[in-house]
Design a protein around this ligand. Structure first.
Ligand SMILES: C[S@@+](CC[C@H](N)C(=O)[O-])C[C@H]1O[C@@H](n2cnc3c(N)ncnc32)[C@H](O)[C@@H]1O
Length: 237
């Protein structure tokens, strides 16, 4: 996992930042996460990668500071190029190296599916949040698209295809109930789970635009077709 992201760190932003469809897709999921964390204060972004979400959090509000943690030194190096002065930690999100009650919010986008001990990780998130702190995770849901990914990724790994996320990493795709139970067990309250994103950046241009137009209808009415899940909760005051 770590070496995969070290290998693709220099091309990662082409996927979600440089290309228009990737940026629209990323803005959509980032907006959903931003809507569920506290509007100001110190944020911890878990699996921060090249800092795409840190950038949005810091630019779109006031009284905001942030820390990023990622297991890949290569991804952290790219994040440092984007925002040189932030505190970054190269480390495993499953054992957070932070004091208790340190953060007002925790975000994690497109990284949670890689965690092998999600319960342990969420308990640690709960520990490092201040009372009243909020967590929002955007992760791949169990759905019609992700059901074929393990097979495709394992073929990609054998063919040594150098593309973001292509490899055999024992990823887990979550149902809404699984995410609810994990947050509940970790102690969170005001738990919300909802589907997010139908217009995937891999769709060809015209199809992407059609998918974008029906996205909110799909998210509300045909959740099995939505790509990601947002899971959010609050640490009691
Ligand atoms: C698809 S990228 C997402 C990066 C970033 N969150 C974003 O939205 O662009 C997944 C990231 O999760 C990181 N990651 C995977 N497992 C991790 C773990 N156990 N602890 C910390 N980071 C991890 C990878 O190194 C990679 O940077």
């Amino acid at each position: 996992m770590q070496s995969h992201y070290d290998d693709i760190a220099d091309v990662y932003d082409q996927r979600y930042d440089h290309r228009e469809r990737g940026r629209i897709y990323y803005d959509h999921i980032a907006g959903a996460v931003l809507g569920k964390i506290n509007p100001s204060g110190h944020l911890l972004d878990i699996g921060c990668g090249t800092g795409l979400f840190l950038e949005r959090y810091l630019k779109e509000g006031t009284d905001r500071t942030a820390t990023g943690i990622d297991i890949s030194p290569g991804m952290i190096k790219k994040a440092r190029e984007r925002y040189p002065d932030l505190p970054y930690v190269v480390g495993n999100a499953e054992l957070l190296p932070f004091e208790s009650d340190s953060f007002d919010s925790i975000s994690s986008l497109l990284a949670f599916s890689y965690l092998q001990n999600p319960g342990q990780s969420l308990s640690d998130c709960y520990r490092v949040l201040v009372p009243g702190g909020r967590l929002a995770v955007c992760t791949l849901g169990k759905n019609i698209f992700t059901s074929s990914l393990p097979a495709l990724y394992s073929i990609g790994a054998k063919m040594k295809i150098r593309r973001v996320g292509v490899g055999s990493f024992a990823e887990h795709y979550y149902s809404a109930k699984e995410m609810y139970d994990l947050l509940d067990k970790a102690g969170f309250e005001e738990i919300e789970i909802f589907k997010c994103s139908f217009a995937h950046f891999n769709l060809a241009g015209p199809l992407f635009m059609i998918a974008k137009k029906v996205e909110s209808f799909i998210e509300d009415n045909i959740p099995y077709l939505a790509y990601n899940l947002i899971a959010a909760g609050k640490k009691p005051e």
